[in-house]
Write a protein that binds this ligand. Sequence first.
Ligand SMILES: [Zn+2]
Length: 142
Amino acid sequence: MSTESDVKAPVRVCNGCGKENYSASYSPNCAEKKLIDSMGICFDCAFWEVRAKLTHETVIDHYLYGVGDQPKGGKYNGMGGRRFDIEYFDGRVVTTYDLWAGGEIPERFRGRIPDTARFSGGASRGKAGDITCWDASTDQKP
Ligand SMILES: [Zn+2]
């Protein structure tokens, strides 16, 4: 005789990373949810699948960034309003006081989301345990 507690839900395994029993409960209108259902992948894989289909301006050392438009001293600047100098591979050099971190690109997506730039002026990304942190560029005299 079988009771309800004997019935086990099938193990859902992500077709992207192999994660087991990932959640598929997301808003039906979100782009990731559509991929979760159609590709049988977890949210993390769907998140990067969505981004791999887009063109990204600022990817430095396998990390996605957004350069905001707030001026130095703005109230809600990314990275606490610290200075970041960025040298794009197309030759542009940008100094921003409004840099936003978009996440470390998983290894399996790096071929589809290539680096576009590098930090300069002493800026860098590092890790302290599990925490990702950044050193800002130092103000330089021209
Ligand atoms: Zn996955």
